[in-house]
Design a protein around this ligand. Structure first.
Ligand SMILES: [Zn+2]
Length: 299
């Protein structure tokens, strides 16, 4: 009996050590990623044969939003980050400064969310909430990282991973394939394997209201096929580049996506306006404590 007890304690402490070790989780995520890749192999072949919009079309047909849900307004603020880096305040590059948020502040934000039981979710969760498959969360936000910058992988990912939160990344494929300042496909697959969502953000980040019909299709729908092949998963969300869109752009987006995010300032998701989800811009002066106020805010 004593022997069994000692062996149990040894095994338990061994397992305990493993789970406490960050390295273990890193390896674990890699394995999950490999397993997912194998499972998705069939899906990849499937995608090769069909148009990417068809897969979203099926999801769209399946997504039935009840009249009761349509009347609700979901308090799910969607935050928009750009660069995760330290940019000095006195820099000449004001635009870069305004688009930055430091890794230290990102970590503070993650601690704040944890302490206040604020969940981070993706649009896949929002889909389930709209279908009544998941309860409407008390406190949930969406963390979105625009434009596929390399620092999302090198700076943000290690922090986010530490706190086991979900988040979303917006990808522009043109940048990804040609510029070393942007993530490569292997890195983005790793992000996705860690329970994130990848959104599409057009092929080359143009003002979509000024391009012709053929170019619009390429930017929004045709190029989406490429990323779906790369990440082996349907992409259900779009983010309008440089905050420009009109009815024509929206109609095109509607053909291939369930959700689209604008840069309009607001903190709620209206189930009747899923192609115009508003956002809260994160600047270097962003006050973490303000996250809380949106859950109590009245119109
Ligand atoms: Zn952008």
């Amino acid at each position: 009996m004593k022997k069994i007890l000692i062996i149990t304690i040894i095994i338990f402490s061994f397992i305990n050590n493993i789970f406490a070790d960050e390295k273990f989780w890193e390896i674990f995520i890699k394995w999950v990623s490999y397993a997912e890749n194998i499972l998705n192999e069939n899906y990849k072949n499937f995608l090769d044969k069909i148009k990417s919009s068809d897969s979203t079309e099926t999801l769209k047909q399946e997504m039935i939003i009840s009249p009761e849900m349509k009347e609700k307004v979901l308090k799910i603020p969607s935050y928009m980050f750009h660069y995760i880096e330290n940019v000095p305040k006195n820099t000449k590059d004001k635009l870069r400064y305004n688009l930055s948020f430091s890794p230290e502040n990102l970590e503070k934000l993650m601690i704040y969310l944890k302490e206040n039981n604020i969940e981070t979710i993706t649009h896949w969760d929002v889909k389930e909430i709209l279908e009544w498959k998941k309860a409407i969360p008390q406190k949930a936000i969406i963390l979105g990282f625009d434009d596929w910058h390399l620092d999302h992988y090198t700076e943000a990912f290690p922090i986010l991973k530490k706190y086991w939160k979900k988040w979303v990344f917006f990808v522009v494929s043109n940048f990804a394939s040609t510029d070393p300042n942007y993530m490569n496909w292997e890195q983005i697959r790793e992000l996705q394997a860690a329970w994130n969502e990848i959104w599409w953000h057009s092929f080359s980040h143009p003002n979509l209201t000024t391009v012709n019909a053929k170019e619009l299709e390429k930017q929004v729908i045709e190029s989406k096929k490429e990323i779906e092949k790369q990440i082996w998963k349907p992409v259900i969300s779009f983010a309008y580049p440089i905050w420009k869109y009109n009815e024509t752009v929206k109609k095109c987006v509607e053909k291939a996506y369930l959700f689209a995010r604008t840069t309009k300032y607001w903190w709620e998701i209206n189930p009747k306006k899923l192609l115009e989800i508003p956002t809260l811009r994160v600047t270097p002066e962003f006050s973490i404590k303000n996250v809380w106020k949106y859950f109590e805010k009245k119109k």
